[in-house]
Design a protein around this ligand. Structure first.
Ligand SMILES: NC(=O)c1ccc[n+]([C@@H]2O[C@H](COP(=O)([O-])OP(=O)(O)OC[C@H]3O[C@@H](n4cnc5c(N)ncnc54)[C@H](OP(=O)(O)O)[C@@H]3O)[C@@H](O)[C@H]2O)c1
Length: 270
């Protein structure tokens, strides 16, 4: 039987990165509940656990920080998409990402490059390889950025800059692709209750923990933005207010405010 397709959800194949935990795992849960017949291909190092055999999930073990591993997986992703007999629309969700907490001048350059490889180079490689098929069949590229895209982020400087790149890049690509059947959607969550912070050497404290969203809430808002044809969405009302404010305030003031909040988030703070 070919994959499910409805007017509100025209995609027959989904390519997701980072489905093994957090927000990516919530995307898989959402698909399992709402669109169990859609074919999904996941790229991460660990396999997503806890899904029913009914979910049409293909996992490709990939280290997205490694260009050789990425290229080998991209070839398999293209095979996966070409084997979709219905040749329906494609949804690419570039979700995998990581951060690294600490002052840049005290950090390891290899770790900073890893952040750039996964958060940016993997997105560029995957999007570039899949775009010809997306243009042929129609589809959406959904990039998971962050509220850090809207302001300087001392102590996670490289991470924040990768997300600012994704936001601006998404707007530009969306413009270039406006006469094709391909749309770009940039999703900007704020603090979300996942393993992200502990893996980045951070602990969420104070207002950031009070206003944290669950990954399911982020996915719900991302899917609503997808259905309503938006080009970007900031999830969570407190994040919407915060990002609006930061775009109006002088950059020096925003940097000091952001630096003050982020300086308290070191995981091993005594
Ligand atoms: N949590 C937040 O507060 C927050 C806020 C704003 C934006 N975001 C963004 O949301 C996205 C998802 O993060 P999350 O919060 O769900 O964190 P998470 O629970 O740590 O999940 C990150 C995912 O990325 C994958 N990944 C990381 N490095 C990888 C690599 N080298 N190769 C392949 N896959 C890799 C992980 O898979 P494996 O470990 O199995 O490889 C995992 O599935 C990220 O882009 C993050 O920047 C998160």
């Amino acid at each position: 039987m070919s994959a499910a397709k409805t007017d509100s959800f025209p995609y027959t194949s989904i390519v997701l990165t980072g489905g093994s935990s957090g927000i990516g795992k919530s995307f898989l849960k959402h698909m399992e509940n709402q669109y169990p017949n859609v074919r999904i291909c996941n790229l991460s190092r660990r396999s997503p656990e806890g899904f029913s055999a009914q979910l049409k999930l293909r996992h490709i073990t990939t280290d997205l920080s490694d260009s050789t591993s990425r290229q080998a997986s991209i070839a398999k992703v293209l095979d996966f998409l070409l084997s979709d007999e219905s040749a329906g629309s494609i949804l690419l969700i570039n979700n995998a990402g990581l951060g690294s907490y600490g002052e840049f001048h005290k950090s390891n350059a290899a770790k900073q490059r890893e952040v750039i490889e996964v958060n940016l180079n993997a997105v560029i490689d995957l999007t570039s390889a899949l775009l010809p098929l997306l243009e042929e069949r129609g589809g959406v590229v959904m990039n998971i950025a962050s509220v850090t895209a809207f302001q300087p982020t001392p102590y996670i400087a490289t991470y924040g800059a990768t997300k600012a790149f994704l936001l601006q890049w998404g707007y530009s690509l969306g413009h270039e692709l406006k006469d094709t059947g391909v749309r770009i959607l940039t999703v900007c969550p704020g603090s979300t209750d996942t393993a992200f912070h502990s893996r980045a050497g951070m602990a969420i404290r104070g207002p950031l923990s009070r206003f944290a969203q669950t990954p399911d809430q982020v996915v719900k808002e991302a899917m609503q933005a997808l259905a309503s044809g938006k080009s970007h969405v900031v999830t969570g009302w407190s994040n919407k207010i915060m990002t609006k404010f930061s775009t109006f305030l002088p950059s020096g003031l925003v940097t000091r405010m952001s630096g003050s909040v982020l300086s308290h988030l070191r995981a091993d703070r005594s």
